[in-house]
Design a protein around this ligand. Structure first.
Ligand code: AMP
Length: 217
């Protein structure tokens, strides 16, 4: 299955991508995770991306697209993938379409996670990420057994810089202006499925897997 997840920051893309990818045995390719890893390890790519990420803006397309092109060329992505956080605007979607054409394939489905703005702000302010394995938790909705510690690997949990409230508001504006047009773009191409992404994480995962069960192999 070749799938893209879209939805505003805080819709649960990272969390759902993790579960869907596991269930469907395909790699989760998260541009935000790849950028964060590069920032952490101080690569040239990380240095280029950091200033944009800190302010909640999109990293320039030429940087992002090259990174995705390289990732999609890796062996594990040949049979399918789940893209989380890419494309983030219509030009990126057009390039993705061309890349897949060149590979002789196409997207099976674009899953839109639908949540309203108030819910997004509530979710982001409580979100905590594991420094070690990247698992995402929430202080109220999906807390780990021990506060501040990842249940999966024992790593330390932290709050992303861009989850602070001023940056969250800006990221929502960026989503509305640049990313939300993708919903119409993919609806016109007949590949969009909208999914109610409110309620317990497990229920959203069940609904997502159900909606995707006839997609791809
Ligand atoms: P995310 O974890 O998906 O919320 O991404 C965190 C940040 O990484 C975003 O606010 C952007 O600065 C950057 N980023 C992630 N994906 C993209 C993309 N497809 N295009 C441009 N910037 C991106």
């Amino acid at each position: 299955m070749r799938c893209v997840l879209v939805g505003p920051p805080g819709a649960g893309k990272g969390t759902q991508a993790q579960y869907i990818a596991q269930a469907r045995l395909i790699p989760k390719i998260s541009t935000g995770d790849i950028f964060r890893l590069n920032v952490r390890t101080g690569t040239e790519l990380g240095v280029k991306a950091k200033q944009y990420m800190d302010s909640g803006d999109l990293v320039p397309d030429e940087v992002t697209i090259e990174m995705v092109r390289n990732r999609l060329a890796e062996d594990d992505a040949v049979k399918g993938f789940l893209l989380d956080g890419f494309p983030r605007n219509v030009p990126q979607a057009e390039v993705l379409g061309r890349m897949l054409d060149e590979m002789g394939t196409r997207l099976d489905v674009v899953l839109e996670l639908v949540v309203d703005d108030d819910e997004v702000v509530r979710r982001l302010s409580g979100r905590r990420t594991c420094r070690n394995c990247g698992t995402v938790w929430h202080v109220d909705f999906d807390p780990p057994a021990v506060e501040g510690i990842c249940d999966r690997c024992g790593g330390e949990l932290f709050q992303r810089d861009d989850d602070r409230s001023e940056t969250v508001r800006h990221r929502l504006e960026v989503y509305a202006e640049q990313t939300s047009p993708l919903v119409a773009y993919y609806a016109e191409r007949g590949v969009l499925i909208g999914l109610d992404a409110t309620g317990p994480v497990d229920n959203v995962t069940d609904r997502a897997l159900d909606a995707l069960r006839h997609q791809g192999d």
